[in-house]
Design a protein around this ligand. Structure first.
Ligand SMILES: Cc1cc2nc3c(=O)[nH]c(=O)nc-3n(C[C@H](O)[C@H](O)[C@H](O)COP(=O)(O)OP(=O)(O)OC[C@H]3O[C@@H](n4cnc5c(N)ncnc54)[C@H](O)[C@@H]3O)c2cc1C
Length: 459
């Protein structure tokens, strides 16, 4: 069901984690025609924090667990199926000084009677010397995204932190590293008992208690992490090739400072027992207003509450302009499909997007078009976000360029040869020459402009 963009939206949801998609789903089913600003790079990625994890074992309805990115793909598909409109970009500014409220997104102004803020939280960094230098060259904030890359295989690795995420990441990394060092600031783990016990019982994990990081060393890639003891004296240097941060999150409320009431740590304050913020018609959902529970299910539940509260407020104010759903039952939800590896029999020299080493070899040697080589792994949430954007670029270029997807899990040797250090990595080739490389999620316009520049040169 495609609906035109109204001059004033009923409801804009900002953020696409479990809170945002659930809020949008409820609002869409209430025929409120919600608009959801997914977020893209500011404050995490579209899909939110679960895009950076592997198995989610505690979300009801998935008895055998589900990969975080797959769960978020499903939430997105369900919200879209019921008519949620998406803008896959960041909200750059939010103005709550007058009604209708105003948002700036991709250079356009969006007016809305009500808002649900579901912007979640972002991973913290240490901000110490050397961190920037080794960022993505051994240091990562996402073990789940980067752990499978060849540089970390059978190497000594470290995780910084003592909470559930740190413990989960340490256990996860034992699949790839030879030994995992868990660097803990205190003399105990803050993680749940069950998670802490798993770590302490794992012979592949060594816990370093009362330690803080003082600095880093290495020659182009991380080789050592210097640790201080509880008294601030140099304790030891861990010879590790990878360091994964798991030191908490900061609520994404920068755009709302001075406009809504926040607590001392920057979390949105809501009225007791209600998702209502300090401003009429503006509701909060999920981790952005939750310093305590911070779970996918609590975020989803508060997204539901926020949508119901917004719906009630819009109808009390006589502001809601509902849409009529035709047909009443929407068509089945569409989920993203895995890219199959192309073989000699099904290779298509003109296809826009193919997978695997055979397609890469053929296109690299034989194609005269710009070629995007996209390194991914199945559990890499940012890849779920970036791949559709890249496919959109190739579609917009109508066959003038092509893409090949290389899965690091099944083709690790290709990634090693290409010097790939994490996913997603995208390399842009023209006639066997590497023209550009991007690490991490980029704006679609950046990639498109680079390809167009090559096409112009080649013309
Ligand atoms: C590694 C890890 C593992 C976890 N495992 C589990 C688990 O197993 N089970 C569980 O229940 N919970 C788990 N959690 C916690 C869970 O992920 C969070 O509680 C949940 O994702 C919070 O949902 P949310 O919708 O509030 O926010 P988030 O998931 O943080 O999503 C926030 C959204 O807001 C968007 N955003 C931010 N700024 C802007 C902006 N300016 N404009 C537009 N959009 C913006 C972001 O792009 C993102 O889409 C885990 C968290 C982590 C980090």
């Amino acid at each position: 069901m495609v609906t035109p963009q109204p001059a004033i939206e009923n409801l804009v949801v900002v953020g696409s984690g479990p809170a945002g998609y659930t809020a949008a789903l409820y609002a869409a089913r209430a025929n409120l025609n919600p608009l959801l600003i997914t977020g893209y790079q500011d404050g995490g990625i579209a899909g939110g924090q679960l895009m950076t994890t592997t198995h989610v074992e505690n979300f009801p309805g998935f008895p055998d667990g589900i990969l975080g990115p797959d769960l978020m793909d499903r939430m997105k598909a369900q919200a879209v199926r019921w008519g949620t409109r998406l803008i896959e970009a960041d909200a750059e500014a939010i103005d709550l000084s007058q009604r209708p409220y105003r948002l700036q997104v991709e250079g356009q102004t969006i007016n809305s009677h009500s808002l649900i803020i579901a912007t979640g939280a972002s991973a913290n960094r240490l901000q110490i010397a050397g961190e920037d230098h080794f960022w993505n060259k051994g240091i990562s904030a996402c073990a789940i995204c980067d752990g499978a890359t060849p540089q970390f295989r059978n190497e000594q690795l470290a995780v910084l932190g003592g909470g559930d995420s740190a413990c989960e990441e340490a256990v996860y990394l034992t699949k790839y590293g030879s030994q995992v060092h868990l660097i803990v600031r205190r003399q105990e783990l803050r993680a749940s008992r069950a998670m802490a016990d798993r770590v302490l019982a794992n012979p592949q994990i060594t816990v370093h208690w009362n330690r803080q990081i003082a600095g880093f060393s290495g020659n182009g890639w991380l080789e050592g992490v210097q640790l201080l003891n509880g008294e601030g004296a140099v304790a030891e240097t861990l010879a590790v090739r990878g360091l994964f941060y798991a030191i908490g999150h900061t609520p994404n409320t920068r755009l709302l400072r001075g406009q809504l009431e926040l607590d001392g740590k920057g979390y949105l304050l809501t009225q007791p027992g209600s998702p209502a913020t300090s401003r009429e018609g503006v509701y909060a959902a999920g981790d952005v207003a939750d310093p305590h529970w911070r779970q996918a299910i609590t975020a989803a539940a508060s997204g539901c509450q926020a949508a119901l509260a917004a719906e009630r407020w819009l109808s009390e104010q006589n502001l809601a302009v509902t849409v009529e759903r035709q047909p009443v039952d929407p068509v089945a939800a569409e989920l993203p499909k895995e890219t199959a590896n192309t073989t000699e029999t099904d290779f298509d020299a003109e296809a826009l997007w193919q997978g695997g080493s055979y397609a890469l070899r053929k296109l690299y040697h034989d194609s005269s078009k710009p070629l995007l080589v996209v390194y991914t792994s199945p559990s890499c949430g940012p890849c779920h976000v970036f791949k559709p954007q890249l496919k959109r670029v190739l579609n917009e270029l109508e066959g003038a360029a092509q893409g090949v997807e290389i899965n690091l899990e099944t083709d690790p040797e290709i990634a090693t040869q290409a010097g790939v250090t994490g996913t997603p990595t995208v390399q842009l080739f023209l006639q066997k020459e590497l023209k550009q490389q991007w690490r991490g999620v980029q704006q679609r316009s950046t990639v498109k402009a680079a390809i167009e520049a090559l096409l112009t040169q080649a013309a």
